[in-house]
Design a protein around this ligand. Structure first.
Ligand code: DGL
Length: 268
């Protein structure tokens, strides 16, 4: 049987990345691990997130994965180098692909990043963008309320719009022309963010989704793979806690109902 791709996130938000990967590579088998018992990672210290990330990666290795995708921006920001040093398989984070897509999208070289407090504090997006192009001006802002709003499915209307305007004002003040959604949850609020940003800036703005950018990055790694085409791959979901609202939250991030999927609660 073809080896699966392992994907992990602090919770269910990383299903946006699993969705993008399975959309781009429908024949791949995916094993997704959501650390729902310990979400959020975005408010925790870097040391704690590194510890949690290692535990998630080690569990996924027991599925004989061929490639590990760190779908969580916060974990990518603080733990990617440690995971790459420990594992014998390729380990891909979401930050470098998002950074590259941001550089590609900008015309003025002024890029805004919306992410968790942990990702912003790590400076990972600034480093990733400047490693590709030193001339870019990068402005990162934490947008913590977007995480519970996305989980709640409250992605349009008064409350998310108010939050978006508050978080985007500092990016409008420095006149960015591109905003990278540097958090698994934010793609669900993409329309609201886009509209609020365009209103505040007085011109259109490019919204870059790091989930889609990460899936595109995998194409070079999977191109030579014999299983890049074939019958539809499987999606197995592991979670460290299975709350009552799991089905509706998971289906929002995955973009389809999760009934009938292979879902297990595990301990880490
Ligand atoms: N998965 C996290 C990220 O992409 C968002 C949720 C959390 O704070 O754990 O940064």
């Amino acid at each position: 049987m073809a080896k699966p791709i392992g994907i992990f996130d602090s919770g269910l938000g990383g299903l946006t990345v699993a969705r993008a990967i399975s959309g781009a590579f429908p024949a791949e088998n995916l094993v997704y691990l959501g650390d729902t018992a310990r979400v959020p990672y975005g408010t925790r210290s870097a040391g704690t997130v590194v510890k949690y990330a290692i535990a998630c990666a080690e569990r996924l290795l027991s599925f004989d994965i061929k490639l590990l995708v760190v779908a969580c921006n916060t974990a990518s920001g603080v733990a990617l180098a440690e995971l790459q040093a420990r594992l014998d398989i390729p380990v891909v984070g979401v930050i470098q692909p998002g950074a590259r897509a941001g550089i590609k999208a900008t015309r003025t070289g002024r890029i805004g990043i919306l992410a968790t407090a942990g990702t912003v504090a790590s400076g990972a997006y600034e480093r990733a963008i400047h490693s590709e192009s030193e001339a870019m001006k990068v402005f990162a802002r934490a947008a913590p309320l977007f995480v519970p709003l996305a989980e709640e499915g409250w992605v349009t209307g008064e409350v998310p719009e108010l939050a978006a305007r508050r978080y985007l004002q500092p990016l409008a003040d420095v006149d960015v022309d591109t905003i990278v959604l540097g958090c698994t949850h934010y793609p669900l609020l993409s329309e609201t963010i886009h509209r609020a940003a365009a209103e505040l800036l007085g011109h259109d703005v490019a919204i870059v989704d790091s989930a889609a950018a990460t899936a595109a990055t995998l194409s070079t790694m999977l191109a030579g793979s014999s299983i890049a085409a074939g019958p539809p791959g499987s999606l197995q979901i592991l979670v460290t806690d299975l709350p009552g609202q799991f089905g509706s939250a998971a289906s929002r991030f995955l973009g389809k109902p999760v009934d009938g999927l292979d879902i297990h609660a595990i301990d880490l």
